[in-house]
Design a protein around this ligand. Sequence first.
Ligand code: GDP
Length: 284
Amino acid sequence: MSINWFPGHMAKARREVEENLKKVDVVIEILDARIPHSSHNPMMDEITRHKPRVVVLNKVDMADPKATEAWVSKFKSEGKYPVALDGRHNQIIKKIEPLAVKATAEIFERMEKKGIGRRATRAMIIGIPNVGKSTVINNIARKKGAKTGNTPGVTKQQQWIKAGERMELLDTPGILWPKFEDETTGRKLALTGAIKDTVVPLDEVAIYGMEFLMEHDLERFNRFYNIDVSPEDGIVEVFDAIGRSRGLKAGGNEINYEAVTNRLIYDIRNGKIGRYTFDTAEES
Ligand code: GDP
């Protein structure tokens, strides 16, 4: 999905999210497990206010398992309800539903004390583009008989999806914009595919990814590209090595740097080299 985020769009997106928030008991924020900090829009905290929050660390299949554990602990310590998963798996509802129910237990206890009978926990999904919101929703909705039909008071296009036994989910996600805190955040967003390629210069994205890999996992980096570079080598030497190894030539013996750039981004973005997390829980 490509959205150009101008102030008008942001205001509209925020309004839409705020409107939908009124209908739900719990917010399910989807983050990219590789960049839990950079894929979080800080405005979430402001607009979701006191709603309990389930945090889905999605794309966990491409993230560093140790780092994911640290992120899960961090979110727990903040009073949130985190879960790490691969949104493409069709059993995800079994992970999300119990957490949403747990997160809203107090709300329903209070209601029961007032004599209001238990109804389904209502939830909505929120996140920046490309973190996997639609994947998660479609996955949950794909179950037979999932749709509950239009509910009075809800705009016609929107529907509640029956999500498990005790949860209902709005079928349209809330979309917030990616927040560019600094250049590194932008590079991480581009490297993981959260933002369009044109927003951040591609060479900077590739170099960021390459330096990250050389610092964190040099052996695997060398093995993957069948090269033998060392931390002392400069950017051009590393690009040359990859270009030669992968046959990315511009004609004659010249290396096609654009092709190397694209290859590096593709391989890292799609988890081809290994599982990496670019935001550390300790620093965020
Ligand atoms: P949305 O913009 O937040 O709705 O994101 P999408 O649901 O369209 O997902 C963006 C891309 O990420 C798609 O190509 C999905 O197939 C992919 N994707 C979603 N969840 C996962 C996941 O858990 N693991 C992996 N590897 N890919 C995922």
